[in-house]
Design a protein around this ligand. Structure first.
Ligand SMILES: Cc1cc2nc3c(=O)[nH]c(=O)nc-3n(C[C@H](O)[C@H](O)[C@H](O)COP(=O)(O)OP(=O)(O)OC[C@H]3O[C@@H](n4cnc5c(N)ncnc54)[C@H](O)[C@@H]3O)c2cc1C
Length: 497
């Protein structure tokens, strides 16, 4: 690795690479492009400002700290310092480019409503000063404007979207590229802030013990997860992905969110495994289609800018939500008296992640049984998920709440007892996360309030004391939810299903 000293006859004007949600060296189009024109300087900005997106939730901050530590170390091994700055990139990037006398600035594209004008302003400022700007597709396989319906519109339904998108995904994923050879540069005028000074890790209280035990943020951890998934779980993904007690999914979501692994690598790894072993076709295709949902969600927030904050179906904007803080708190804490719901909420709190099936169950319970606004649930997920993602989170919540594009109809209300019995029949998941119910026989594990007194006593369960009584009665709650929908139907025009 060479180090160029800027100011001592550099071979070429340096390039600046702005790392954002792409905290990796492998298959990084901006890095590849920058490396072709000379020495590089790498920067990450903790973007702060009222028009600079939603402040990071607690779990995202924890992840970001460790992910930046990892990226910093990987770059340092190549002789490149990752410069950390906090503030507004509209000032910081042009300022840094100026100090470096950079010939070009490169970044991978993001698709948020707030980030697009910011990027455009920076690009205009730089090009106005004669600095070249390169922006690249990296976090998705299909950019939101690439996949169109036959009449040139945007897809609002997943299946036809994915049918049209999949060939593009295949072609684009073929172009995966390893990390390029890099030359760093040092410039005493440019001083990095310290990661510690950003205070991203929780203190007083430090709730991150479970996250530490569960995750290895960074490129190596991401690659390890991908390899393990392809080797051990892909062959049974179609069925296994519905069983929350099984580690049958990839656990790649936070790695993908932070771009520690490229979506092309993930897609290609699945494709290669499917080619090598035709018996993986069906399961592999289910996995690819889940990656497709990620593409679909990104194009939703791109085309409908208020999608993260507003019900996509306008008729739902008048929904009579209850907005009751003590009810919301019981749900957040995993104290609803419905074991599968409480197990999910506790898994989330402890590990920063929740199984997809259980995400659907707890979300349905919040918006239908408890009639709380989906945005309250989305906000809690935003704060507690290590994979909290503006597009996937809003899309997931709106899908469950019935108000999103291609959503589950609102009148389809999950029964938390039968969902538990179907997807956690042996109770392994509930027993792990709700240990106070561990001694209950399977027959009552998902409905402890129906257990005879002697069974409860024999299992050490005292409802209302060691474990809550149900916060609502399932049948009554179901009826209330349907009544709320019926009242909405009378008062608004527009699509409700
Ligand atoms: C209410 C709700 C909220 C959600 N919030 C988020 C979120 O904030 N961030 C997030 O990444 N996912 C979210 N999801 C989608 C999904 O639950 C997670 O992506 C998945 O559980 C992550 O685990 P995994 O990586 O093992 O997934 P796998 O099953 O291994 O899937 C592989 C990858 O595909 C993508 N993916 C899978 N399912 C979906 C989906 N339904 N929508 C979009 N992308 C998907 C993810 O990037 C995931 O890592 C949410 C789902 C619901 C129902």
């Amino acid at each position: 690795m060479q180090i160029a000293h800027f100011g001592q006859n550099p071979p070429a004007r340096p390039s600046l690479v702005w790392f954002r949600e792409d905290l990796r060296l492998d298959d990084h189009p901006a890095l590849i492009a920058a490396s072709q024109s000379g020495p590089i300087c790498a920067i990450y900005i903790l973007e702060e400002g009222t028009d600079l997106g939603r402040p990071l939730g607690g779990a995202l901050k924890w992840w970001l700290h460790h992910s930046l530590t990892s990226l910093k170390a990987n770059l340092a091994q190549l002789g490149i310092e990752l410069i950390l700055k906090r503030g507004d990139p509209r000032h910081l990037i042009p300022d840094l480019a100026n100090k470096l006398n950079a010939g070009s600035v490169h970044w991978n594209r993001r698709y948020y409503a707030w980030s697009r004008p910011v990027d455009a302003a920076i690009k205009a400022e730089l090009t106005g000063r004669g600095v070249q700007v390169g922006t690249y597709k990296a976090s998705v396989l299909t950019e939101p404007w690439e996949i169109k319906t036959g009449s040139g519109g945007n897809f609002k339904v997943f299946t036809p979207f994915f049918r049209a998108a999949q060939p593009h995904c295949d072609t684009w994923a073929e172009q995966v590229a390893p990390a390029p050879p890099l030359t760093g540069l040092s410039n005493p005028e440019i001083v990095s802030e310290s990661l510690q000074s950003w205070n991203l890790l929780p203190k007083a209280p430090d709730w991150s013990g479970g996250l530490d035990q569960t995750w290895q943020p960074g490129e190596a951890g991401a690659q390890r997860r991908l390899n393990a998934f392809i080797e051990t779980s892909l062959h049974n993904y179609g069925e296994g992905r519905n069983i929350p007690s099984k580690p049958a999914t990839s656990f790649l979501s936070p790695h993908l969110h932070f771009g520690e692994i490229s979506i092309r690598r993930v897609w290609n790894a699945a494709r290669a495994a499917m080619r090598a072993n035709p018996a993986l076709q069906t399961d592999g295709q289910v996995f690819l289609s889940e990656l497709g949902w990620r593409e679909f969600s990104t194009q939703l927030i791109f085309h409908y800018e208020d999608f993260p904050e507003e019900s996509w179906k306008e008729a739902f904007r008048a929904f009579p939500w209850k907005n009751d803080s003590s009810t919301l708190r019981a749900w957040q804490r995993g104290q609803t008296g419905y074991p599968i719901v409480d197990a999910g909420m506790r898994q989330l709190w402890r590990t920063g992640w929740m199984h997809n099936r259980v995400r659907m169950i707890v979300a349905s319970f919040l918006v239908k049984h408890l009639l709380q606004d989906w945005r309250a649930g989305e906000a809690w997920f935003w704060d507690t998920l290590v994979d909290a993602d503006v597009a996937n989170n809003a899309a997931g919540w709106q899908w469950v709440a019935g108000c999103g594009a291609d959503a589950a109809p609102y009148f389809r209300i999950f029964n938390p007892m039968s969902q538990g019995e179907k997807f956690d029949p042996d109770g392994h998941y509930v027993r792990t996360w709700v240990p106070e119910l561990a001694q209950l026989p399977n027959k009552y594990l998902h409905r402890p309030f129906e257990a005879p007194t002697e069974i409860l006593r024999g299992s050490g369960v005292h409802l209302g004391r060691t474990y809550p009584l149900p916060i609502v009665n399932h049948e009554k709650a179901r009826k209330q939810a349907l009544d709320a929908l019926a009242s909405l139907k009378q008062n608004v025009t527009g699509d409700l299903v």
